[in-house]
Design a binder for this molecule. Structure first.
Ligand code: AHR
Length: 519
């Protein structure tokens, strides 16, 4: 009898472990009838700065390069970016923007002055990639341009003329543009009024910047293209900055209120600014900390939104997360000022978690721009001479593009914790949307690098009859795609999902990103 009791206890213990290992306690409810807000396509935006090899070598190689190019733009990068449906591209910085004088970058290339890029490595900037080259590139990849004007070391007049140059049809600046080979205006709508004005953009105080913002914005006229002027936010969790700028906005007369239509937030996932760690060689402790730091984006958005809601309950001003991504040590042997880092499955999880956060806050977050497009920080593309690598982050953007301009569906998620030592994080990050054809997309990231999760997914208000999906994962946490090697982190068809009486059951692998499509 005693032996039987023990056997029963042992069997239940083992069953318990199996059940838990399969994660039967994980459930997602997709509340289709509550779907309301649009996930702005601009959330899937990018950022390209004159920094390291982002522009030069990454996007632009010049017309005479041996690297296959279209009018000077790398062909491989061009094609890869087209695949992503990049909705918006921010340029020329970043901190570089506050040293940039746009008139140096127009007209015959051989006559353009050179200067030292003192912000990023003291290299010579020859201005061969300027306004025309940037705006033509945007047209080629089908992205809308977002120009960040020089508030730090430029003038109001310089900014005013930049808008006139690119947007007007019959003014002196339009004539200059036409003489430089471009007849039609580009009609650029997004304009950043300074970048990190608390730091590299001028070390300003919130009060001082709020006045500068109003001054610049007031004088930037639209020439028939309504402008979306984006204010520079404070240092990540500087809520006083948000309060100050929003208060200023709320106090002006209605007819002046369009001096700000967007408010920017920058937040990088960094382990420790003094010890950032390798992008590829890391422990589970560093993986855990990366996830913890990246999840802080949610808190930041909640807190900034709360302040914005006080002054702008109608949500006329978008929160624009125009710099986000991981920031690790540069690759050994590379220029420390070029911020070149590899990109692993860890970065893919960071991308998925952030994009889920933005999707779920799409009532306030109207744009986000990953830093940066090519060869810098959490790049979607890496290049080496004529070779190109599509990073795990690239594939997350590819899988998630289904959410662009779709209607966000609220989700409730119950999941097992991801435990590491005494700390815990929610293991699953989820967002969902419905497109114009009625297809439902559910994106799920399992940040737990050890345990897969069995997840039940109920879709309220809809009978689902078919489901398909893609999964991005790899054998190891630090798997990455490298030059000259078969890529190891690529999306594959996801088959571990079943449909029973309208309820989905999916086996989400450890350290993976899954996107399901339901009809
Ligand atoms: O993306 C790199 C730099 O990070 C940008 O130039 C700056 O705005 C931020 O601090």
């Amino acid at each position: 009898m005693e032996r039987l009791v023990w056997r029963t206890i042992v069997i239940s213990f083992i069953v318990g472990i199996i059940v838990n290992a399969q994660g039967v306690t994980n459930s997602i409810i997709v509340d289709i009838p509550s779907a309301k807000n649009t996930i702005s396509k601009y959330i899937y935006g990018h950022f390209a700065e004159h920094l390291g090899r982002c522009i030069y070598g990454g996007i632009w190689v010049g017309k005479n390069s041996k690297i296959p190019n279209v009018r000077g733009y790398r062909k491989d990068v061009l094609e890869a970016l087209k695949e992503l449906n990049v909705p918006v591209l921010r340029w020329p910085g970043g901190c570089f923007a506050d040293t940039y004088h746009w008139k140096d970058g127009i007209g015959p290339v051989e006559k353009r002055p050179k200067f030292l890029n003192t912000t990023w490595g003291g290299v010579v900037e020859d201005n061969s990639f300027g306004t025309h080259e940037f705006l033509d590139f945007c047209e080629l990849i089908g992205a809308e341009p977002y120009i960040s004007v020089n508030v730090g070391s430029g003038t109001v007049q310089e900014a005013v003329e930049w808008v006139e140059y690119v947007n007007s049809t019959n003014t002196p600046m339009a004539e200059l543009r036409k003489r430089n080979g471009r007849e039609k205006p580009w009609n650029v709508k997004f304009w950043g009024i300074g970048n990190e004005t608390w730091g590299c953009g001028g070390i300003m105080s919130a009060d001082y910047y709020a006045s500068i913002l109003a001054q610049y914005s007031y004088f930037l006229k639209d020439y028939g293209t309504p402008l979306i002027k984006i204010a520079s936010g404070g240092l990540q969790d500087d809520y006083n900055w948000t309060e100050t700028v929003m208060r200023k906005w709320s106090k002006v007369d209605n007819w002046l209120k369009d001096f700000m239509k967007g408010y920017s937030l920058h937040y990088y996932t960094v382990l420790d600014w003094n010890k950032k760690g390798s992008a590829t060689d890391f422990t589970e402790a560093e993986w855990f900390l990366t996830m913890k730091k990246t999840l802080f984006m949610n808190e930041l958005i909640n807190n900034h939104s709360e302040i914005m809601n006080l002054y702008d309950p109608e949500k006329k001003i978008g929160l624009i997360v125009d710099e986000w991504g991981t920031w690790f040590d540069v690759e050994p042997g590379t220029n420390p000022a070029f911020l070149y880092q590899q990109n692993t499955l860890r970065d893919a999880l960071v991308a998925a978690v952030n994009l889920n956060i933005f999707n779920n806050h799409c009532d306030r977050v109207k744009m986000a721009n990953i830093a940066q497009t090519v060869n810098v920080l959490q790049a979607v593309i890496l290049t080496k001479d004529d070779q190109m690598v599509l990073t795990p982050t690239y594939y997350v953007f590819k899988m998630y593009k289904v959410h662009q301009n779709a209607t966000q569906i609220p989700v409730s998620v119950a999941c097992e914790p991801y435990r590491f030592g005494p700390e815990v994080l929610p293991s699953l990050s989820v967002s969902a949307s419905k497109n114009a054809q009625g297809k439902i997309y559910i994106s799920i990231a399992n940040i737990d690098p050890q345990n897969g999760k069995r997840v039940t997914i109920s879709l309220s208000g809809r009978t689902v009859t078919t489901v398909r999906g893609d999964v991005l994962t790899a054998e190891t946490m630090n798997a990455y795609n490298d030059f000259g090697k078969q890529p190891v982190v690529v999306p594959r068809t996801f088959t571990n999902v079943t449909l029973n009486s309208g309820v989905l059951t999916a086996e989400i692998p450890s350290k993976s990103v899954v996107v399901l499509e339901c009809e």
